[in-house]
Design a protein around this ligand. Structure first.
Ligand code: ZN
Length: 450
């Protein structure tokens, strides 16, 4: 069989792998490119004919994994998209939002329209976790929980060719346990070939407990300074996790309750979808839900529903917290808050998510003082901190731990994807040294025969 890489090669977005056997062609993910240098790829042809692709395996609903699926359908794909149950709903919301963003931001014709999303959604087929599912007489799949976001899946794929069966494992994005909503990532017992993400390379995340302590310190500082604490958040998973983290801090009752606003229509819709899938939560979150408590609510927490909600928040003179998208500050309502509050020294910006190279979020995180937000020049006087403990991606050690469980059989090769060049090389070096397995860091368009 032949494997070709059409995204997330030496970068973190645009996930797309083409697997070709003698009889079948399928994709693993078909995500949007979000890095500035590769965004143009969203507009050009795929590098393969979508008409020839029989099906797609979708690991999860983040837009860098599913964002080009409507384009795939638009350009001739007629097959099915296999994913978990929550991913169907979540991808629908993410893709509709993406179509809306294209209409606002893109010069010229948007890559796709809401009608294309609707068309694509008719091809989505949910598959339960843990059960083998035969796609055809030669290919079986099994979804395991990747613990990254709600509905995220690791795909085990068994492919029979000329009487020989090989097992491929696609990690998708691997979670960073223990997380407050999703379960810990499932382990896989064996594989012939593994495709693993490397977002954080060999870095080690701060333990979550320490992150919680830091979050509390930032809130206390906001209270002491009567300042605003701005948290740019991704709509999917990070928002819901941060709501739960804040809920847990404020409900302990040892610090003063202050207004917390979630100002993101998409995050608000996604949060409502989460409530539909409580059976997919981890034990702790299910226990709270069982007590009929709203997991995503606490006193003084508000989700904007009407314009008045923002105005009330802006008018409030004391300490306050706002969470808004986009997560990397590349658009969305967070920009309004950044423009208004970055020049004030009592403001804090708290980065709790991955920030891609050259994104506004990365510039803020790295301490740039003079920014341009839209047409406005903004001088940063705010205090900027980051907490990586809340990352939903495994760090180097957790990735290695996960990989080390894959023993029978031991992988012949590990393909390192979904990580910037340096991150991918560092984890590759470690896997090679510690496990003696050959690692490949593919480039865009790279082809390998397995
Ligand atoms: Zn992801």
């Amino acid at each position: 069989m032949k494997i070709s890489f059409y995204g997330a090669c030496r970068e973190v977005t645009g996930s797309c792998i083409l697997v070709e056997t003698g009889k079948t062609k399928f994709l693993v993910d078909c995500g949007l490119f979000q890095e500035k240098d590769s965004e143009f790829r969203n507009r050009v042809s795929f590098g393969f004919d979508p008409f020839d692709v029989d099906f797609v395996l979708l690991t999860h609903a983040h837009i860098d994994h599913c964002g080009r699926i409507p384009k795939l359908f638009k350009e001739g794909f007629m097959g099915e998209v296999y994913c978990s149950y929550p991913t169907v709903d979540l991808a629908n919301q993410m893709l509709l939002d993406s179509a809306k963003v294209f209409a606002i931001r893109e010069n010229g014709v948007p890559i796709y329209f809401p009608a294309d999303v609707e068309r694509a959604m008719t091809g989505f087929r949910p598959v339960p976790y843990g059960k083998e599912y035969s796609i055809n007489s030669d290919i079986r799949i099994r979804l395991k929980d990747a613990g990254h976001i709600l509905g995220s899946a690791i795909f085990e794929v068994w492919i029979k060719e000329d009487g020989v069966e090989k097992k491929l494992v696609f990690s998708g994005d691997l979670g960073n346990p223990p997380a407050p909503i999703v379960r810990d990532p499932d382990f896989i017992d064996g594989a012939d070939f593994v495709f693993i993400e490397s977002t954080y390379g060999n870095k080690v995340h701060m333990p979550r407990e320490e992150g919680r302590k830091m979050l509390k310190e930032r809130i206390v500082e906001a209270i002491d300074n009567n300042g605003v604490l701005i948290m740019p958040v991704f709509a999917l998973e990070r928002t819901q996790e941060m709501i739960m983290e804040l809920k847990s801090i404020f409900e302990k009752g040892d610090i003063k309750s202050i207004p917390v606003l979630l100002d993101s229509p998409l995050a608000s819709r996604v949060t409502n979808t989460y409530k539909k899938y409580e059976s997919f939560f981890d034990e702790e979150a299910r226990a709270i839900a069982k007590k009929k408590k709203d997991l995503f609510y606490f006193d003084n927490f508000k989700i904007t529903k009407k314009k008045g909600d923002q105005n009330n928040f802006l008018r409030h003179r004391g300490a306050k917290i706002v969470m808004a998208g986009s997560g990397m500050c590349e658009g969305g309502r967070v920009l309004n808050y950044l423009k208004k509050y970055l020049p004030k020294k009592e403001t804090q910006v708290l980065i709790v998510s991955f920030q891609a190279e050259e994104s506004l979020g990365r510039k803020i995180m790295e301490g740039e003082k003079d920014l341009k937000i839209g047409d406005k020049k903004v001088r940063v006087r705010a205090k900027v901190s980051k907490i990586q403990a809340f990352s939903s991606h495994a760090d180097g050690q957790k990735s290695i731990n996960w990989l080390q469980k894959i023993k029978t059989p031991l992988p012949k090769k590990v393909f390192i994807i979904h990580g910037e060049e340096e991150s991918a090389s560092k984890i590759a070096e470690r896997i090679n040294q510690e496990m003696g397995i050959e690692c490949i860091i593919p480039s865009y368009g790279g082809e390998y025969v397995l």
